[in-house]
Design a protein around this ligand. Structure first.
Ligand code: FES
Length: 167
């Protein structure tokens, strides 16, 4: 008789171990998948969102536009409203600026301060920005307004995620 024979007890142990491991994997895999599901899903952050603004309607005067999009935070989905100030430069280049003041996050307005015409104005602490979003030295904001990357599709303006100017 061979010395390497598997005893009945060993065979039973191996079988139970194999079946138990298989069942444990069957239970653990769906749980692990559920736990990391948002990480596995494609990130929609790089997507461009359609606004209702026709590119042909963009003038050299900044206009405020609001646009809605779905935002996912882990498992939580919500509809969010974004805002941008959009205009064309004299060269016809589209500029889309975030309205969020770089000082403490208030909302800037265009041409809202009588003493500082044709500038973005933040009423919270008298922050000022040039038309291109550059912060005016001597006012509280220390950085330019963030800029939205944009695309044009079928004559409609699409906006990406706002980024610091020059990023
Ligand atoms: S939040 Fe805009 S100037 Fe302070």
């Amino acid at each position: 008789m061979s010395e390497n024979r598997v005893s009945r007890r060993q065979f039973l142990n191996y079988t139970l171990l194999g079946v138990g491991g298989f069942m444990a994997a069957g239970m653990v895999m769906p749980m692990a998948r559920f736990a990391i599901d948002p990480v596995l899903k494609a990130n929609a952050g790089g997507d461009f969102i359609a606004t209702k603004l026709k590119v042909a309607d963009i003038t050299t005067e900044p206009q405020r536009i609001d646009f809605k999009f779905d935002q996912k935070d882990g498992w939580y989905e919500s509809e969010v409203t974004g805002t941008a100030w959009v205009y064309k430069t004299e060269d016809g280049e589209i500029v889309a600026l975030s309205p969020v003041c770089k000082h403490l996050g208030c909302t800037v307005d265009w041409n809202a301060d009588e003493k500082n015409q044709n500038m973005f104005f933040c009423p919270c602490h008298y922050g000022l920005y040039e038309k291109d979003g550059t912060n005016v030295p001597g006012t509280p904001p220390l950085a330019p307004l963030d800029v939205y990357p944009y695309e044009e599709k079928d004559g409609i303006l699409y906006l990406g995620k706002a980024q610091p100017k020059g990023a």
